[in-house]
Design a protein around this ligand. Structure first.
Ligand code: 5GP
Length: 118
């Protein structure tokens, strides 16, 4: 069996995290190394899907739930507007192989996420 990912260890309570949302199936935390004024991570507490395509194929409802939680977080933290990123594969920058969405926002309008910054 492969080693548990950092997010599975956070779900298990083995590693501390700053939680911003939790229900039976989904957990959201603050990224430890934020790349935007608001940088949250949303991931499933259930299943072992390595990336968003595997999650879409295996449990489309859970993927929809991640997106819905992302909107809820954006409503709370950044005026309802957000960038949603699922890095998929090492060359795309994925480092944790337990599916997770990055929710990025710029509630103070610093320009950190304007067009052309991706
Ligand atoms: P990826 O590069 O796989 O798309 O995203 C992984 C993200 O997880 C990175 O933005 C990284 O900063 C974040 N991260 C890695 N380890 C930890 C941790 O222990 N706690 C938190 N809160 N975030 C982490």
């Amino acid at each position: 069996m492969s080693e548990a990912s950092v997010f599975e260890r956070i779900v298990a309570g083995e590693i501390p995290a700053s939680k911003v949302f939790e229900n039976d199936r989904v957990l959201a935390i603050r990224d430890i190394a934020p790349k935007a004024p608001v940088h949250l991570l949303v991931f499933p507490k259930v299943g072992t899907y390595p990336n968003v395509a595997a999650l879409a194929a295996g449990d489309a409802g859970l993927l929809a739930e991640l997106v819905s939680v992302a909107q809820h977080l954006a409503d709370e933290h950044c005026g309802g507007e957000f960038r949603l990123i699922f890095n998929t594969g090492e060359t795309a920058g994925q480092t944790v192989f337990h599916v997770h969405a990055h929710v990025l926002g710029d509630p103070e309008h610093t320009g950190a996420l304007t067009e052309g910054t991706l």
